[in-house]
Structure formats: structure tokens, C-alpha cells
Design a protein around this ligand. Sequence first.
Ligand code: MUC
Ligand code: MG
Length: 375
Amino acid sequence: DLRRDLAIQDIRATIVDVPTVRRHKLAQTSVTAQSYVIVRMRLSNGAVGIGEAATLGGPRWSEESVEAIKANIDAYLAPALIGQHAAQPVALGVRMDAAAKRNNAAKGAIESAALDALGLTLGVPVATLLGGTVRTSFPVLWTLASGDPAQEIEEAEGKLAARLHDTFKVKIGAQPPEQDMARMRRLATALEGRARLIVDANQAWDETVALRCLPQLSEMGVRLVEQPLPAWNLQGLARVRARTTAPILADECVFTPADMMAVAQAGAADAVSLKLVKHGGPIGLQKVAAVAEAAGIALYGGCLLESSIGAAAHLHAFASLRDLAWGCEHFGPQILVEDLVGAPLRFADFHVHLPEGPGLGVALDPGALRRFARG
Ligand code: MUC
Ligand code: MG
């Protein structure tokens, strides 16, 4: 019977390190390889679902590192789920929350794997399990993060010419604000009228610096300013937002639906970046999106430089949202020297496309997993 067929038999977590095509520099760290935990969940019927927990520079972007993610999956999350029914992802979430506090990236990878296994078994895409598709392609931006404006302009020109990306997110905050403003001015001038720009400070500034820089960014035409202040400082962010005109994109200050409500109550953001590593999986992502919608806060499809595995899981969740006003940033598959799936996500005409087929619609390449597995 289906109940026995869908019993979770085994959950395996593998750390991989995949080199990137260039150095990616953000406020708190700089990486030349992306580290993920790849989760494989096997059901009694033989179906194997996959999920990915992404990190950025160890436990520097948030508190989870690949080492901690794997340790907590192996010791706490997997044992809580063995023998449970994969067709009850909400109940699996309850069990995971009872087994471990937070650990949202780890939980997100497991929930993705469970939905993939369920979709593969039922012959339906994960998006169907999440409410069905409102869209199957997504405007996708590219991130400029070498820190060298000449290189960044050249990189943006290449993306524009290839019709891959016409919106660019610039990572700021690694250098003094005046230097970043000069860099932004060069980029804005070089790309004027041909590309849209947003910036992400990854919590690097304080209120005074933000009040000084945001008017300059507005004047350069920058569309969104992402997480200029530390995640804890919602009141400061609300004051900055009230005194400047650049729209604020909340990132590290929103993990849970309650965080989203606090941002809404403080009046601290115009948009929110949705990510599986923050919200604990596609179902949690939909909950955060619902709170944002109720508060009139627009949705932005965030990433943590996932491979096509994690990116596909995000796209299935993004496909189910009513209004994804700001598109997405799942450029991750394009920044890796090699992807982890047989057929990577398709990028064309400034859009990334939802993969077709049951489950996540992407299949793990066992050779790539072996090549990039740590140790
Ligand atoms: C972040 O903070 O948004 C997403 C794109 C990128 O370059 O960095 C990440 C994380
Ligand atoms: Mg961010």
C-alpha cells in the first residue's frame, strides 16, 4: 500500500565544494568555491528525492555551516524522520522542529528531498504539490561581486550581450562606503539605460552611513537597497526607510513568518528576499510570503548561490506565488565551474525556466557528486 511505499528508509547528507568561475566577494567574506550539503532521501518504493542546503563562506552569512548542517542531519533530523510518511511534509516539519531548533537550511534541504521523492512517486512536479504554477519562467538577475568595477562592467556587458541578464545586484560593504559609492557611480554610468541595478550591503552599514549613502544610490537610479543595516536593527531600518526614497529589500532580518511580521509592524521594508535556507523549506517559504502579502510587502526570489538542485527547489516554490514582483536571482548554476545535475536549468532571454517533469525536474549527476564530495 501507498503508506508503506512512502515510508522514509534512508536520509544521506553529503558535503560538496564546487569551485566558482570567479571570486565572489561580499561584505563579510569572499569565496572561490560554493559549499553545499546534498541530501538524498530514499523511500521504501525505491524513489530517491534530492535537496540542497547552501552556505556562503562557512557560518558567515548565517549561523549554519555545511559541517554543522551535516552533523545535525545525521544525529538529529534524519533519525526523527526514518519510518515516517513522505506524503506528510507538514508533519515531517513538526518532527524536525521537535528534534532541532532553527537549522533552517538543513530542514529546507530535507523538505525539498521529501517533496521531490513524493513528486517522483506520484508523477507530478513539486510545484503541483505546492498549489500549482502561476508562472514557469522567472526574470533572473546576475550578481556583480568581484569588487573591481572595470571587471564588473565587462562582466555585465557580457551578460547583456548574451541576453542572459539585464538586472545586476552589486555586493557592497566590503570596502569603505565612499569607495563603494564611487564604484556604483562608475557602474551606473557605464550601464545607464541598458540595465537595472540593485545593491546588497549584507548588514555592513550603520544608520548614519545608510542615511548618507541611500540618497546617493537613489540618485544613481538604484532600484533596491538590500539589508543595509544589521539584521537585529529593525527600528533603525524603519527610520532609514522613512527618511529616504530607495526601496528597502529585507534579507537576513527575515527567517521565520514571525520575523516577517516584525518587519511589517516596524515598517522596515518594501520587499523581502525569499530563500529556502532561511524559511526551512518550500512550505515555510510560502508562509513567509503570505505574511508579506498581507502586509503589502513585495516578493523577491532570493538565492544563496545554489546549484541547479537548490535553484530548482526555489523555482517550484516561486512558481506557486501569486505575485513575484521582483523576479529572482537564481544565477547560481551559472557561477559554478560545473553543475551537480545532468541537465542544468535553462537560462534564456533574461529568464530562468522551471524544469519540467515530476519532482524537482532535475536529476543528480552521481559523477559530479563524487568529484566534488569532500574527503
Ligand atoms: C545574499 O545575501 O543575498 C545572493 C546573491 C549573492 O550574490 O549573495 C547572496 C546572498
Ligand atoms: Mg542578501
